[in-house]
Design a protein around this ligand. Structure first.
Ligand SMILES: Cc1cc2nc3c(=O)[nH]c(=O)nc-3n(C[C@H](O)[C@H](O)[C@H](O)COP(=O)(O)OP(=O)(O)OC[C@H]3O[C@@H](n4cnc5c(N)ncnc54)[C@H](O)[C@@H]3O)c2cc1C
Length: 422
């Protein structure tokens, strides 16, 4: 039924209505190119997702920071749409020692030294053109495992032996950074206002063997001149979309060389008690030096909301997520209680664990190229025969992995499609 209502011969089929698909749709609209946007989920936004049902206040399951805000299109998009952007650049911070006690000045100094030394070592390697595992270039020093937990597992979604120094160096400047009181996911979803999207419709196959493309969906086949694939590299690697002819080897290698990293967010709702933690504060504790990545660090009361959210990533995140949401929330609570005391349990209302690991429409949080293969991002973004185009965070060049990188890749690729079609 839906198949009959799909335009039968648009110029372009956009696959996925996340940041990349939505910005591509806006760009094609501006260029007067006709398109159909097909989204497997029953909502738009993809990994940009804010909902208020769980806690009665907005919770971002995916992206929440507008990074490098001075050059980030979502600063202007958010402001223009009336969202409240809260500067999180110089946020307060709490640090706890190995026993879970507030860190002394000496411990603080050691943490800051480790942060600076590790960042410098990785940047030096990347700048020198070395694309090697971050673990092989960093000094061994107190608080090293703590810094690796934030920078690797929770930021890139991978551990330091899986993190490419070149990809780290290529990454965009992330300061200043803003949070959005109503949720960054809501800003991204707002981009879809007025755009035609077919929700709940999965693309299962793309045939580019003849002229144009034949895109098979769960609601019928769409023929078009070209298509733009914006699904995550995890979805591509899982083979959820069959290509005819099969993807060339260089494209298959690019997909295999950018496995998905994982960041789980674990929002924990409280009754208004602040548990001694400042609003918007980073909450970090020292991790034993042989356990980098095995941690849950927090952001407390983001933009004033009555929850803290935990961050768990890398291999530890995959393993914990496989145990299910109850285990994830229990672990996050146990870590928080260790820091602020058992009073936290009296004020705790409920928690939730994001499902990015198991969600078949993402299969992870964002792509992280294997060390030695940071260039795979370029191949991932290369089009096939001016008919099958690729965009999305993993192709996002110097702002890869981020929502603004996804946005920019969608826009630039759509402009290229419009040029190629004319
Ligand atoms: C936990 C987490 C925290 C993050 N934090 C930040 C942050 O603070 N700041 C930041 O800048 N970025 C952050 N990111 C990254 C950011 O959210 C992503 O880079 C961005 O949203 C990806 O957009 P995209 O369009 O490339 O992909 P997606 O948003 O994944 O869009 C692809 C769409 O394709 C759909 N789809 C999948 N399969 C099919 C199919 N077969 N047929 C049709 N549709 C399909 C999906 O449902 C999805 O809607 C975070 C991500 C996660 C998961």
């Amino acid at each position: 039924m839906l198949a009959q209502s799909l335009p039968t011969n648009p110029d372009v089929v956009i696959i996925g209505a996340g940041a990349a698909g939505l910005s591509a749709a806006r760009a094609l609209t501006k260029k007067g190119v006709s398109f159909v946007m097909v989204e497997a989920a029953r909502r738009i936004g993809g990994r940009a997702y804010t909902e208020s049902d769980s806690f009665g206040v907005p919770v971002d399951h995916g992206c929440s920071w507008i990074s490098g805000a001075n050059n980030n299109p979502f600063s202007n998009i958010g402001r223009a749409a009336g969202f409240d952007l809260v500067d999180h650049t110089s946020a307060p911070a709490h640090l706890f020692d190995l026993e879970g006690k507030p860190a002394s000045d000496t411990e603080w100094a050691a943490y800051e030294r480790a942060w600076g030394a590790i960042d410098r070592a990785m940047a030096r390697a990347g700048q020198a053109g070395r694309d090697v595992p971050a673990a092989t270039v960093i000094p061994d020093m107190p608080y090293g495992a703590t810094v690796q937990s934030w920078m690797g597992a929770m930021d890139y979604g991978v551990d330091f032996d899986q993190l490419s120094t070149a990809d780290y160096w290529n990454g965009a400047e992330d300061q200043p950074s803003f949070l959005v009181r109503q949720g960054l996911g809501a800003v991204v979803a707002g981009m879809g206002d007025g755009l035609p999207v077919r929700l709940g419709t999965s693309v299962t196959a793309i045939d580019y063997s003849g002229p144009g493309v034949r895109v098979e969906t769960t609601d019928g086949t769409i023929r078009a001149k070209a298509c733009l694939v914006t699904v995550s590299v995890g979805v591509l690697a899982a083979g959820h979309i069959r290509f005819t002819p099969a993807l060339p080897v260089w494209k298959q290698e690019a997909i295999a060389d950018i496995p998905m990293g994982l960041l789980l967010k674990v929002p924990l709702l409280f009754d208004g008690a602040r548990l001694g933690l400042e609003e918007n504060a980073w909450v970090t504790y020292r991790v034993p030096e042989d356990s980098a990545g095995e941690a849950c660090f927090f952001v407390a009361w983001p933009t004033g909301h009555p929850y803290v959210f935990g961050n768990i990533g890398g291999r530890f995140g995959w393993a914990l997520s496989a145990e299910g949401p109850v285990a994830v929330v229990d672990y996050a609570m146990s870590q928080l209680v260790r820091l602020v005391g058992s009073d936290a349990r009296k004020h705790f209302l409920r928690g939730l664990a994001t499902d990015w690991a198991e969600n078949p429409l993402t299969l992870g949080a964002y792509g992280a190229p294997r060390p030695g293969r940071s260039a795979a991002r370029t191949d991932l973004g290369r089009a096939l025969d001016r008919r099958v185009y690729f965009a999305g965070e993993a192709t996002g060049g110097s702002v890869s992995a981020l929502v603004n990188g996804a946005y920019l890749s969608g826009r630039v690729t759509a402009q290229k499609i419009a040029r190629d079609l004319s």
